[in-house]
Design a protein around this ligand. Sequence first.
Ligand code: HAS
Ligand code: CU
Length: 555
Amino acid sequence: MRTAVVYQPAAEFALPPFQRRIISLTIYLGFAALAVGVINGFAQALNYAGIDVFQYYPGMRSYYQGLTVHGVFNVIILTFAFANGFVALTTARGLNRPLNSALLVASLASLATGAALATAAILSGHASVLFTFYAPLQAHWTFYLGLVLIVVSTWLTSINIFLIVHAWRRDHPGERLPLLAFISAVTYIFWDIASIGIAIETVAFLLPWSLGLMATTDPLLDRTLFWFTGHPIVYFWLLPVYISWYAMIPCQVGGSLFSDTAARIVFIMFLIIIPIGLHHQFVDPGISPSLKFAVAVLTFIVFLPSLLTAFSVMYALEIGSRRNGGTGVISWFFNLPWADPSVAAQLLAMLAFMLGGITGLMNASYTINLEVHNTAFVPGHFHLTIGTAVALSYMGIAYWLVPYFEQRELWSRKFALVQSWLYFIGVLILARGLISGGLAGMPRRTAISLIDYPKLPGWREAGIVTSVGGSIMFIAAAMFFIEIGMTAFFGKPARIKDIPFTDTIEPPASEGFFVSLDRFRYWIAASIILCLIIYGPLIISHLPLNRLSVGYTNY
Ligand code: HAS
Ligand code: CU
């Protein structure tokens, strides 16, 4: 028996138009950030070829200011805005229940205020500290306050999600939570635990330090707290996309997800395996090699839920293709609805993610990491993950979401298709350049166009390839904005009642162990215990704090 992943699949989606509007504004705020971010991304790519265009950008003072804009706008403002809007929407649809309007507005207000504060600090040159804002580099306090408000917006969204989950459970005692609502809720539970590190770092240390209330700070502790959140943050970017891959794409290709239980296990695995941020600190002093090794092993374990996802989603695609006449061992893949830009963009994102996953494992391998850390290899990895698996999926999702928000048809399917392919081709070229440059020792986060020492063999070619790929991506990103702008303002009016969602072939278990997957408190406890095992001894051994660093400001 096929089971829908939502409650009341046949009923009209009970989301009031006002809430739909607030959700759309939240996501549009994210897309506006993306627009600013990619303009600076273009300059980053050209930098690798030795071309400095920052000097022509109005208001930009330095390479690092541009890089901060690129990072903060694309991986903090865009991703948080998208998650807040999209996951609130999927929870509401999963339960077919309206959200709390006041909380929706409060979350958007907090996000917009935080983004405005951080933007003002960065654009005025008071926060050229990159998206990792390592101490002792010190930004203006408004930058940290902006970040705090952005994180608060995600907590407000969490409360909204948990309130309707709780209300639904009260009305349906003993029933399994519909899959779409389950994976949406787990995404935010996961993030709430993961965000504790960055919250402590900014509120307890960086904010008072930048306000002058605290003269010095402890850079290693700050970095450790940052990466406690900074690793799982990448899954907070990814999981909304996984929601689309699991619960929407199968429907969009005419297929079904095979196993409800497998999808729930994947999200629970992400929830439990939070504390692996130390794989970003393999070269940091003051952390024992055995702990680093333990974290390398845990990182290999967190590879599993993504591998499971690859197989689950691939099977769902295959089911869809075969239902529509697809045959063969491989050729069914070409029978997927490649003419649908929403599907094509996300399929291409998945293909890129295979390479992103492989390069992630390379990073996680302790000894290889010593070779590639802080080289261009790392941006090569993350442009395939956040830069494509996530960003290109957002674009694919936008190709049904913006029509749904605006109740208009997509402006041009062909234009959107060309856009998706161009972006995909661009990123493959860019990543090829960055990865080969990284292997030749080309550093990341470096104004290559301004260095006054000779480039090593291989850097020049890698830089040219990177800038060609980045330029193609930039054109494709511009096409994305044209497509959604034209859709929002000039698309043919249409009546789109609902969002896409799939069904599962294997229904959720009604008895036995797997029913307890829905008992969040067990998994929250497991997650917190694992965090304490990995980070507890590390933090204790680090006490008393080593408060050595006064702030270094570059403005
Ligand atoms: Fe990472 C650094 C390890 C995933 C983002 N990563 C970064 C940074 C970013 C980032 C931004 O261990 C730089 C941070 C900074 O500024 O310093 N990463 C991993 C590992 C994974 C991984 C093991 N990363 C991500 C994701 C990101 C992301 C996801 C963003 C969204 N990463 C690292 C490490 C570093 C690092 C080290 C530190 C490097 C250093 O030294 O600084 C894994 O989670 C990846 C698992 C992925 C897979 C792929 C599954 C494939 C799927 C698609 C299926 C395709 C289908 C299509 C269905 C196992 C699900 C069908 C196709 C047919 C052909 C039929
Ligand atoms: Cu990581």
